[in-house]
Design a protein around this ligand. Structure first.
Ligand SMILES: [Zn+2]
Length: 552
């Protein structure tokens, strides 16, 4: 029996396990459940307001694995409104919701909370309300792929806790408008933990207050941030200080690791600076200097939490948890390059619907090939990297599914095929100057914003003067890998596309006796003249196509 190989790959690399995620089986397009309907689209009770700020306050009870907190939501009304929807996992209790010191009534349906305001909030006004809640949040079955809280112990048997929730949604641990486009402009996190522990959040540490055996850590992010990127890590952490020089400005990097790993991390984490310089060269400036950049050691593999990238690969390029299955040519840690790259793909440029999440993951994996190409000054090493990923592509469902259905398209093909689709598009465009301008301009023009597949191809079309939407329809909206059927006679080479859309007119390069020849196949056989016994190769190291020799 053929075992299903690739399950969801959240932010990280590849994995072999089946999981049940709230957003569905990743081997077929998910069902539109009532909860996904409530969470996946911006219905009128969500589009009626824009969140500007979250003030998150949580007291953690480590023994009970529970939390007790309140979140102040500051928002702007987009129309007159009497009610709105906020989202919180249904297993968490809401103690009360207040507005102007009055308790509001609310109803709950799955993860949606419909709040009734006692008076109309007029269009274009700023208002805030506070949700008080408590409960035991979902534990992570297999973080970060099946997320939630990881309640773990460090090597000295001390508590060590972290959360990861991409796909599940931040609503599994705090109330928010849980849509990928609903980013606050800034957020404050106040985490209260036992005073012998340290709580690390995103952004910068503003204050620590200790009293009655508890410490209160206040963190602040002064930039827009995806809800699923907001995180908490609790453990016996110490800071590892480093600096990053850019344009004669010193930026401080304060990594957090378990106390016994301080020396190890202070040597190992310096590689993150090279990674940042690489991404800035090809994809524009790092967007969160005000919030810093840090790596935080966690008891799971890692996640791209904005300005607070989590790391659990074991501090080894060769022998880390994920290093062995991931070719890094001895030059970089796979988690550091992958999760740090998401500061560009995902955190800065966010998919406008999670069904377009190849913009996070496909571009991310592709950028790793570019990293090796740049590092070794060798196109061939980049191709080699991509070739090591190729057999992980399954071509079962389209990379892009339906919008508005809470479809987090974190399927394996989003990663590996997404990367190959970008590599193929580069080959089709066949002009590296334009190609790298496309990537950089797309990232810069959409920095701190949202984009979908159409937006990406609008940039491609603008820069090339050609319409490549047919390419997107084939590679992103269909699961089918184009097949080039071919055969040759003593005097001719015949070729045609199979398994493609009718409008698929992608050019393809062949090597004919060692000379590159570009053809534009169609669904009908075409041919060109060749000499007897010519050797013809389909350049499938540049194009994601399946060459099939017709032996008839
Ligand atoms: Zn990723």
């Amino acid at each position: 029996m053929k075992k299903i190989i690739f399950s969801f790959l959240i932010c990280t690399l590849l994995f072999c396990q089946e999981q049940n995620r709230p957003h569905g089986n990743q081997y077929k397009l998910p069902e539109l459940t009532p909860n996904n309907f409530l969470i996946g689209n911006l219905n009128e009770n969500r589009s009626s307001y824009r969140v500007s700020y979250y003030d998150i306050n949580i007291d953690f009870d480590i023994e009970k694995k529970s939390l007790d907190g309140f979140v102040i939501v500051k928002a702007e009304s987009k129309r007159d409104l009497n009610q709105l929807q906020i989202d919180l996992a249904e297993n968490l209790d809401i103690k009360k919701i207040t507005y102007k010191n009055q308790e509001l009534s609310f109803t709950r349906e799955f993860d949606a909370v419909l709040i009734d305001f006692s008076s109309t909030i007029k269009k274009n006004s700023m208002f805030d309300f506070t949700v008080f809640y408590q409960g035991i949040p979902q534990s992570a079955d297999n973080p970060p792929w099946a997320g939630g809280f990881t309640w773990s112990k460090d090597k000295d048997g001390r508590d060590w806790i972290a959360v990861s929730c991409e796909g599940e949604g931040a609503r599994i641990w705090w109330p928010n408008k849980d849509h990928i486009t609903a980013e606050g402009d800034s957020i404050r996190m106040v985490y209260t933990v036992p005073s012998n522990m340290v709580a690390v959040g995103n952004g910068k540490l503003r204050s620590v207050n200790t009293e009655n055996g508890k410490s209160r850590y206040e963190w602040f992010v002064s930039n827009p941030i995806n809800n699923y990127n907001i995180s908490v890590q609790i453990g016996n952490y110490v800071a590892v200080q480093d600096t990053f020089m850019k344009d004669n400005t010193i930026h401080y990097m304060n990594h957090y690791v378990l106390d016994y790993n301080k020396e190890l991390a202070s040597n190992y984490f310096t590689q993150s600076k090279e990674v940042i310089r690489f991404y800035e060269k090809y994809f524009g400036d790092y967007q969160w200097y005000e919030d810093g950049y840090k790596l935080i050691e966690v008891p799971y593999l890692g996640m791209e939490h904005q300005s607070a990238v989590t790391y659990g690969n074991g501090f080894s390029i060769y022998n880390g948890v994920r290093s062995k299955s991931w070719p890094m040519y001895g030059v970089i840690d796979p988690l550091i390059i992958h999760e740090t790259g998401h500061e560009w793909f995902g955190n800065s440029v966010t998919a406008s619907d999670p069904t377009h999440i190849w913009i996070h993951e496909g571009l991310q994996v592709y950028s790793e090939a570019i990293y090796f190409e740049d590092k070794f000054d060798s196109y061939e090493v980049g191709v080699h990297y991509l070739n090591t990923l190729k057999n992980r592509i399954v071509n079962d469902i389209p990379i892009v599914g339906n919008e508005n259905e809470n479809h987090w398209a974190l399927h394996g093909d989003t990663y590996m095929k997404g990367a190959w689709v970008m590599h193929t598009l580069r080959s089709v465009i066949n002009n590296d100057k334009i190609w790298f301008e496309i990537l950089k301009e797309f990232m810069i023009e959409n920095a701190k914003g949202f984009a979908n597949t159409r937006d990406f191809f609008n940039k491609v079309n603008e820069k090339t003067g050609k319409d490549y939407w047919y390419f997107a329809e084939q590679y992103f909206y269909s699961p089918n890998q184009p097949e080039l059927e071919y055969y040759q006679t003593n005097s001719k080479f015949f070729y045609k596309w199979n398994n493609v859309n009718d409008n698929f007119t992608m050019p393809l390069d062949l090597l004919v006796n060692g000379n590159e020849v570009r053809i534009i196949p169609s669904k009908n056989f075409q041919s060109f003249e060749i000499s007897k016994h010519s050797q013809i190769e389909v350049m499938d190291w540049k194009f994601y196509v399946l060459p099939t020799k017709n032996e008839k």
